[in-house]
Design a protein around this ligand. Structure first.
Ligand code: NI
Length: 178
């Protein structure tokens, strides 16, 4: 396994769309393993392939407290949404920034597993938020894209300033980035 480099906002590569995986083979499984290791190391609770500069529709998620419930969603597609909620989100690609984002409260998602088998998952709460956040990444969308342009510009300045000052990306904030 290997740790992958996570791209940081405002890197334009984060805006690229991932392609569907055609065949779930050993290379895809290796990518997913590396992504999980990278996510746990960060630490975060979700990571999309576009964040590590891989343009394939692969997302890994683990929202469990003990970090022992890894999930890998290949070609994930939301086929049902219900309700609305607002949660405070962060992102491994946008260090130090947290914002309240409105999303569906519950989602149903179709995907392929690591064996290439189709599956369906109904999710609520943090898992639902995380799934929507990671699928957005695969479409080239960041959570801060939901904010007003003015607010986003302000955040961009804050992030660039922190990067210039060489601040550690580890946040003292208790929220865990998605
Ligand atoms: Ni993210």
């Amino acid at each position: 396994m290997a740790l992958l480099e996570i791209l940081h906002f405002p890197d334009p590569r984060l805006s690229r769309k991932a392609r569907p995986v055609e065949v779930v083979d050993d290379a895809v499984r290796k990518t997913a393993e590396d992504m999980l290791e990278t996510m746990y190391d960060a630490p975060g609770i979700g990571l999309a392939a576009t964040q590590v500069n891989i343009l394939q529709q692969i997302a890994v998620i683990d929202v469990s407290e003990d970090k022992n419930e890894p999930r890998c969603l290949i070609n994930p597609k939301i086929i049902g949404r219900d309700g609305e909620e607002e949660m405070r989100e962060g992102c491994l690609s946008v260090p130090e920034v947290f914002a309240h984002i409105k999303r569906a409260e519950r989602v149903t998602v179709e995907f392929l597993d690591l064996e290439g088998q189709p599956g369906t998952l109904e999710a609520g709460g943090l898992l639902a938020v995380c799934i929507q956040h990671e699928i957005d990444h695969l479409q080239g969308r960041l959570f801060i894209d939901y904010l007003s342009p003015l607010k986003r510009e302000r955040l961009k300045k804050k992030v660039l300033k922190a990067q210039k000052a060489g601040q550690a990306t580890a946040s003292s904030d208790q929220s865990i980035p998605l």
